[in-house]
Ligand binder design. Structure first.
Ligand SMILES: [Zn+2]
Length: 319
């Protein structure tokens, strides 16, 4: 199996939201990729400039970042041609690797805009930015590609923000950190999500029990689904005792703590993602993993802190 490390550059409406096409707010203008063997050695590369169809003028923040002009883009291929060529170049047996999750998201949104055949579902890929964060940052915080390269002392001989260069840098990061359990560290792409219960994705990998749910009409509907709220042990799958009830932490996350009789504390997190089909429609990415007594106490403290804040607020409103 080969790894396809790819990176995209995209443009957006230079006139802000008013000039934006709702089906393609971000238009891809460059695809750069390298193909790696299972030793993470570069065996081939691919690069294409794409002639924009919607936004022919570069947005100023994008112009400031890129190393080429509108004139050069005019010589590019159509997205459809470039994308088909790229996918053919990928071959039959490969996994995508990217720095962050947005490249794969925008690739598919642009493919949809041109009604191209969809990529496989569910789609696993390796988010090198997240893997780097999990391995090198105590809190798992993600960082920019430039920062990771400098931390890993990867020579910066080419400018960043050209798709092919960023793909090469990402490949070098991967070769340098060589995660031994890479096959466990995949991410599910969520450009598309399960619509019905029977399509839900449930997987246990890299110590995390993950579930990507069906669509719900609202957050409230999701949070009243008893089955969704059960915390299962990330190790053995048994139902846990609930130690901290589900509580909302920020607008898009809920948290809870459970305890498996055999494997101890489990921290569970629900992230609400907009389903896009209706205004309030959501689907859920739920992740459960092992934690310790300290982790349990921190979540408990957070729950109490938020509860107190709410009380204070209500008190103030009454005054
Ligand atoms: Zn267990």
């Amino acid at each position: 199996m080969n790894y396809i490390v790819f990176d995209l550059e995209w443009n957006q409406s230079p006139y802000g939201q008013s000039g934006e096409h709702p089906r393609m707010p971000f238009e891809i203008i460059e695809i750069g990729a390298v193909k790696l063997n299972d030793q993470f050695e570069i065996i081939d590369e691919y690069t294409s400039l794409i002639k924009p169809k919607l936004y022919k003028k570069l947005h100023r923040s994008i112009r400031a970042m890129l190393n080429y002009s509108e004139e050069e883009l005019k010589t590019g291929k159509s997205f459809k041609d470039a994308c088909s060529e790229f996918l053919k170049w990928c071959g039959d047996d490969y996994s995508f690797c990217t720095w962050g999750a947005s490249d794969l998201y925008y690739l598919q949104s642009n493919m949809d805009f041109y009604y191209m055949e969809k990529l496989a579902f569910p789609l696993k890929f390796y988010n090198i930015q997240q893997i780097y964060a999990d391995m090198y940052d105590d809190e798992g915080k993600i960082s920019k590609l430039e920062k990771a390269c400098s931390e890993l002392k990867i020579p910066e001989d080419e400018p960043f923000h050209a798709a092919i260069n960023d793909a090469k840098y990402t490949a070098r990061v991967l070769a340098k950190i060589k995660p031994d359990n890479l096959e466990e560290r995949y991410t599910f792409d969520i450009y598309r999500h399960p619509k019905k219960k029977e399509d839900e994705i449930i997987a246990r990998h890299a110590g995390v029990l993950e579930r990507i749910s069906r669509e719900y009409s609202s957050k409230q509907e999701a949070m009243s689904d008893k089955d969704l709220l059960i915390i299962r042990c990330a190790k053995c799958g048994r139902k846990c005792f609930r130690k901290v009830k589900w509580f909302q932490n920020g607008s898009s996350t809920s948290m809870a703590i459970g305890r498996c009789v055999y494997h101890g504390y489990m921290s569970s997190r629900i992230k609400f993602k907009s389903a896009g089909s209706t205004e309030d429609g959501v689907f859920i990415v739920k992740k459960t993993e092992r934690t310790n007594r300290k982790g349990y106490e921190e979540v408990k403290a957070r729950q109490i802190e938020l509860r107190e804040k709410r009380k204070m607020k209500r008190h103030k409103e009454k005054e």
